[in-house]
Write a protein that binds this ligand. Structure first.
Ligand code: PEP
Length: 247
């Protein structure tokens, strides 16, 4: 059976207070009663995650280590105990400050050990004339997923071209370009995981998704949903996207 569309809100550090987060979730749950056909997950900051009830929550990052002397890190087991069901791994904002492909792989293994669904982010810095961005995406997938075949049924891949993040709908990726990339990612996953398992992986798009471009990206881009950054910070903007989630 085809899975529902999945939309994940990546709150980054946008939603800061516990009160604001709880009010957002209460409002979202009311709205979801009238919006069908879409599954919604929330990725708040660590400090807010355990407080949100009645909605699937996950973390924005996880340690590559299981335990020990790692100041400032949060392990996958700690996230699970705090109520997380999933974790975003390899987000470009984390890759920019610390996370190598090797660390991303280790984080994926830690997530799987704790039973968290990994939302693996991949995406090129820029589109190149010589097509080397395809190698870049392939390498990110291959290094993250090496030896992780058993994850296939649970894995979510978020394709997030770095150049399209944090802009407006007009400057985001266009649907035709997205469709071509989704086909490439699916083909790469088939090589890494086998065709049957690759078909089980949900492929999301992230990068300046707003109410204005969501439907076109979904219908023509061929994705299974979105990872939403800035437009998830405000409930009305996020709901505008959810209302467009019809294929
Ligand atoms: C993101 O960083 O995951 C993201 C999708 O950001 P934005 O929607 O703000 O481009």
């Amino acid at each position: 059976m085809a899975k529902k569309l999945l939309v994940i809100a990546n709150w980054k550090m946008y939603v800061q207070s516990q009160e604001a987060a709880k009010a957002y979730v209460a409002g979202l749950k009311r709205k979801l009663k009238t919006i069908g056909g879409v599954e919604v997950w929330l990725a708040p900051s660590f400090s807010i995650l355990p407080l949100l009830k009645g909605i699937k929550v996950g973390a924005q990052a996880v340690s590559a280590h299981a335990d020990g002397a790692h100041t400032g890190e949060v392990s996958s087991a700690m996230l699970k105990a705090a109520g997380a069901s999933f974790v975003i791994i390899g987000h470009s904002e984390r890759r920019a400050v610390s996370d190598t492909n090797e660390a991303v792989h280790e984080q994926l293994v830690r997530a799987a050990e704790a039973g968290l669904v990994p939302v693996l982010c991949v995406g090129e810095q820029e589109r190149t004339q010589d097509g080397s961005h395809w190698n870049f995406i392939e390498e990110q997938l291959a290094s993250a997923l090496r030896g992780a075949q058993s994850l296939a049924g649970k894995l979510v891949v978020a394709y997030e071209p770095v150049w399209a993040i944090g802009k407006s709908a007009q400057d985001a990726m266009q649907a035709e370009e997205l469709q071509e990339t989704v086909i490439f990612i699916r083909k790469t996953l088939a090589e890494l995981l086998g065709r049957t398992d690759a078909l089980k992986v949900r492929i999301l798009y992230g990068g300046s998704v707003e109410g204005d471009n969501a439907q076109k990206l979904l219908v023509e881009g061929g994705v299974g949903g979105f990872l939403v950054g800035h437009a998830s910070a405000t409930l009305d903007d996020f709901v505008a996207i959810l209302k467009q989630c019809k294929k």
